[in-house]
Ligand binder design. Sequence first.
Ligand code: RIB
Ligand code: CA
Length: 320
Amino acid sequence: MRKVIFDTDPGVDDAMALGFLCRRPELELIGVTTVHGNADIETVTRNALHLKDRFGFAAPVAQGSGVTLLNRQGSPATHVHGRNALGDIDVPEPVATLDGRRGHRMMIDLVRAHPHAVTIVAVGPLTNLARALDKDPEIARLVQGVVVMGGAFGAHGHTGNVSPVAEANVANDPEAADAVFTAPWPVTIVGLDVTQQAVMDAAYLDRLRDQGGETGRFLHAVSRNYRSFHQKSRRLDGIFAHDSLAVICAMAPELFTLRHGPVRVVCGGLASGQTIQKPAESPFPIGAWDPHPSQSVAVDVDVAAALRLYAETFVTPDRR
Ligand code: RIB
Ligand code: CA
């Protein structure tokens, strides 16, 4: 089993990804850290505790950063995820309580407690990971790996969702993303290049509702408003399950085609949040990318296999 720390800003697709992660026998959830992003830190943390009640995982939940690495306020996406960031479904007061540590501190402690055995799956802005690296750079050599949902590199024409050239998680804290992508740990970046290829359409979501038991009904309900955002903004009758693709990549990397090379992030200005890889063996002269380690960018995915893996986790054949 792969030990996983889930760094998240729940978030509709975060909740769908966490529900999947908890069900997978290949993955052992050892910690959840929250971060500003889809909503303010209090809301996303309350949601994470609600999901702990709902999915019944034992892993501790620690509250992470409510501001960016440069202490700026992020820009919550209530128009996408709803005012309560869980599709405005009813979210009762959580029973679960917080771990007393700050998110980045718990991340450091867990990585040090399980050297070379922990994968950090980060599906929100990368502030907590950047803070953890700053406090304890050695963790870069102690993790098994890092999988990030974020960025957009132009594969299949996908270049951004909060601007023509930037994806939300990276754009919400570009300095943190640049610190994470240039650190000496192995990062696999699951960006819009592949997450916008994998659409959970109406029939797919209805099947989760009808054949996925209580959790399937929850996944359908929590994504209802998220679906109407996709319909209005992209005339898409379905949803991009961004964060689930990162979890799928952590457990089934063979479904993804990876391109290798150092990655940098534009910080500030018109293109702030743009992610740019200098592919290995590319003909460019030495520049801002070359002092940094090569990372892996997902440029393609077996969509049918990934969506099948997600659905079969909830829909059992005998359920009619
Ligand atoms: O751009 C998509 C990402 O931003 C997803 O992680 C979504 O939850 C939001 O955080
Ligand atoms: Ca997210």
